[in-house]
Design a protein around this ligand. Sequence first.
Ligand SMILES: [Zn+2]
Length: 538
Amino acid sequence: MRITFLGAAEMVTGSCYLLEFEKSKILVDCGMFQGGNEAVELNQKQFAFDPSEISHLILTHAHIDHTGRVPQLAKLGFKGKIICTKPTHELCKIMLPDSAFIQEMETEWQNRKRLRAGKKPIEPFYTVADAQESLKFFEAFPYDTMISINNQLSIRFRDAGHILGSAIVEMWVTEGSDSFKIVFSGDLGNKGAAILKDPTLIEEADYVIVESTYGNRFHKDTKYKALALLEIINDTIERNGNVVIPSFAVERTQEILYELNTLKEAKTSKLKSVPVYVDSPLAIHATKIFQSFQEYMDDETLALVQSGDNPFEFANLIFTETADESKAINFTKESSIIISASGMCDAGRIKHHLKHNLWREDSSVVFVGYQAKGTLGRRILDGEKTVKIFGEEINIKCKIFSIEGFSGHADQKGLMEWLGSFKNKPTKVFLVHGEEEALSTFSELIHQELGYENEIARLGQTIELTTGSQIQVVAERYTTQKQTVLSSLEVIKNGFNNTFDRLQKHIQENDSVKLDMLRYMLEKIDDTLQDMEKEIKK
Ligand SMILES: [Zn+2]
């Protein structure tokens, strides 16, 4: 059997693995790449396989970086079965059309600009109709049940504790005289996190494909995350500002609501009472789905629900569904807590709330999830002084916080605990779903502490898996396309041009030129050169 790493390799988004058997081809995940121009390019690329030849697509969970290209797959000829858990199916019913709607809106916006510039219009990756069409291929299964895919492959979903319905996939392969077991970790959740059960520990595997998002980090504030949030909220309200929380619509939003509900219900509640807006239609629908899957919740949440305290309902909680209700939030004088999507700030209503609050010294933005490279969220978190939102340059003056304890991903300790639970050493572990530093630190640690042979999966790499230890690298499937190099150069060129323009403008507009400013500009040029070197190395 051959495995090709087509996404979430050397990066965190675009999860997609092609498994080629003698007589069939199967995919695990078909996610969207997220974060900047590079991601757009990767999403536009043809699939490295013929979608009509894929008999099954197995989904680990509903997040868009694991499912976002499903409608594209169906549009391009996929006619097979999409196998997932029931909550994943229910969440995909709302998330895929929502993703399509965003594609349509953004394409329309870009096309208006393109037409004005005399350029040809472009097509969205897929439409709402494509997304609806792709939903008819879904088949849902419960956790812990053997599912026979064909006579060479059986699988079983186990709870990954990452989002509702998220799964680790155990896979039993029989091919001629070969028979072995592969385990895909999917995204692994945090032990003890609110609402969900802990990730299932797996005892046996020959090959493990493990996520590495926080392979180099510890969540420092897990125990105190609610207190940290409380402090930020109360401080901000005292300053008469708003608390803006960019949050993934699924799971993170519900977890934040759960914590706010706990803070409100506490007998000695210190939480100042202001309106809490959940301003994301997707998050509103996802919250309803959460409420309908009580059997997937952990004992604590279940007990809470059964005692009559719905964690997703409390005084002053307002779900804003329509665009008008959403806009009205920005005109209220009173302080408020605004939870909105998308979690990495690249799309959706959160962009409006950032536009209205980033420049305000009295407001706070609180990140509660991973911000991938190149996303608007990452740039704000990395301390950029200004960002462009809807074509407008916005100064960042508000307070920026990040509470890592809310992350839906296990940290290094959690990942090591999960990997360390195999009774026998796996033949090989492949590291995916991480950025460079996380991957290399984690790889080293696995080797040192667990003695597992492991390797960082490379994008486009194909590897032959067999019984025992023979692993052959077959081919590097991708070569860098001319277009990718050209557009990287375009980004660098624009970076230079912007800096030079600003420098020129500054000199023209001022009678005397401050040396500081010149020095700053030279530093910018130096940064650009360094970025260029990075691009070239890539
Ligand atoms: Zn995920």
